[in-house]
Design a protein around this ligand. Structure first.
Ligand code: KG4
Ligand code: ZN
Length: 341
C-alpha cells in the first residue's frame, strides 16, 4: 500500500497543534501554546477560541513546511472532535472540514482521549521505538481526565476506572493555585518538588471503591492544612515551598500508582502504559519505573512531546482510522463532554 500522508489538527483546550505523519511516523509536530491564560490562573474558553483562530493557519503552514510536504500530497486530515472546549474544538474542526473540502480529501474525526493512548504508536524518524503489545493497560492522566483503560486493539478500548471529581492534572493545577504558583501548576510543582522532601507532610488518601479515583478531597485538605499553618506562621508556605510541593506530588503519584497496581492485578495485564499531560511528571515517571521492576511490568512512557496535548497523536489515531476507511461526514459537529471511548 502507498504510504499514507495525514495532517493532524488538535485544538481541544489551550494548545493549537498541527502534525504531519507518513503512516505512523511523525514528520512534523508543531504546538503553539497560549500565554494569554496565565494572568487568569486557568484557561478562559473565549480567549482560547480566539487564540486558536489566530494560530491555526500559521501552525498548519509551519507543520507542512517542516515535514517538507505539499498540501496537494495529503491523503486525509484528522482532527480532534472532542472532548474539550466547544469553541476551541470548533476552530480546529471547521478548519479541517474546509481544508478537506478544498483539497478534495477525506476528513477523520478523532477522540482526544483515544489519541492520548495512541500516542504510544507515534514513531519519530531515525529513532527505533517499541510499541505496546495488546492487550495493555493505559493510565491516562491529563488536565481534564483521569482514566484507566484496557486497550485491546488500536480501535478497541474499555474504560475500567475514572475520576469521580477532579482529574489528576486539575488537582496539580488547583493545588498550585492554592499555594500561589502560576498556571499551569503541574510542571511548576514538578520542578519545585525536586528540591523537597516527599515525606515532609502527609495528606490523606481518598477512599474510593474499585478502580475509580478522587482528587477533590486532597485539594480541600491541603487548603485547610496551609490555612492552619499560615495562622501560626505567616511565612509557612513560602519557607516550606519545596517540601509542600514534594509531598503533594508524592501523594498524587501514590494515589495513581495504587489504582494502577490494582488494575494490573485484577486484569492480569502486565503491559502498562501512561498517557496525557501528567505523564510528563518526573515523580510519576520514576515511581512507575520502580513499580515496573517490582511487578515485572513491560512499561511504556511516551516521549515528552507526545505526553501533553499535541497533534502527532491525532495524526496517528487518524492513520489507524484511515486504514479502516473510517471517515467523517462534513455534517459532523464537535462534542464537549467525554461520552465514552
Ligand atoms: O494532556 P494535557 O496537555 O491537556 C489536557 O488534555 O488536559 O494535560 C495538561 C495537564 C495540566 O493539568 C498540567 O498541569 C499537567 O498536564 N502537567 C503536569 C506536568 N506537565 C503537564 N502535571 C504534573 N507534572 C508535570 N510535569
Ligand atoms: Zn489532552
Amino acid at each position: 500500500m502507498k504510504p499514507v500522508l495525514i495532517l493532524g489538527i488538535e485544538s481541544s483546550c489551550d494548545d493549537t497543534a498541527a502534525a504531519v505523519s507518513v503512516n505512523d511516523k511523525i514528520l512534523a509536530n508543531v504546538v503553539a501554546g497560549q500565554k494569554v491564560h496565565e494572568a487568569f490562573g486557568g484557561v478562559v474558553p473565549e480567549l482560547a477560541s480566539r487564540a486558536h483562530q489566530q494560530h491555526i493557519i500559521p501552525v498548519v503552514d509551519q507543520a507542512l513546511r517542516q515535514a517538507n510536504v505539499s498540501k496537494k500530497d495529503l491523503d486525509a486530515i484528522a482532527f480532534t472532535n472532542g472532548p474539550g472546549l466547544l469553541g476551541a474544538l470548533m476552530v480546529g474542526s471547521s478548519f479541517a472540514k474546509s481544508f478537506g473540502l478544498a483539497l478534495g480529501i477525506p476528513i477523520i474525526e478523532v477522540n482526544h482521549m483515544q489519541a492520548h493512548v495512541l500516542a504510544h504508536f507515534a514513531r519519530l524518524p531515525e529513532i527505533e521505538s517499541r510499541t505496546p503489545s495488546f492487550p495493555f493497560l493505559c493510565l491516562t492522566v491529563s488536565g481534564g481526565h483521569t482514566q484507566l483503560i484496557i486497550v485491546r486493539e488500536h480501535n478497541d478500548f474499555e474504560l475500567i476506572g475514572q475520576t469521580q471529581d477532579d482529574a489528576a492534572g486539575e488537582a496539580f493545577d488547583k493545588i498550585a493555585k492554592i499555594i500561589g504558583l502560576p498556571y499551569p501548576g503541574g510542571p511548576v510543582i514538578d520542578q519545585l518538588a525536586k528540591m523537597g522532601n516527599p515525606a515532609a507532610f502527609r495528606f490523606p488518601h481518598p477512599q474510593v471503591p474499585n478502580l475509580d479515583f478522587s482528587f477533590s478531597g486532597l485539594k480541600t485538605s491541603i487548603l485547610y492544612f496551609l490555612n492552619k499553618q499560615q495562622q501560626a506562621d505567616a511565612t509557612f508556605t513560602e519557607s516550606h515551598l519545596n517540601d509542600i510541593c514534594a509531598s503533594v506530588q508524592a501523594t498524587i503519584v501514590a494515589i495513581l500508582l495504587k489504582k494502577l497496581k490494582l488494575a494490573s492485578e485484577q486484569t492480569g495485564i502486565k503491559t502498562i502504559a501512561i498517557a496525557g499531560g501528567v505523564s510528563a511528571n518526573s515523580g510519576l515517571r520514576s515511581a512507575l519505573l520502580e513499580a515496573a521492576t517490582e511487578n515485572g511490568w513491560d512499561l511504556f512512557i511516551p516521549p515528552f512531546q507526545f505526553c501533553t496535548d499535541n497533534a502527532a497523536m491525532i495524526a496517528v489515531a487518524g492513520y489507524y482510522k484511515f486504514l479502516k476507511g473510517d471517515f467523517a461526514s462534513q455534517k459532523t459537529a464537535p462534542f464537549a463532554r467525554f461520552a465514552g471511548l
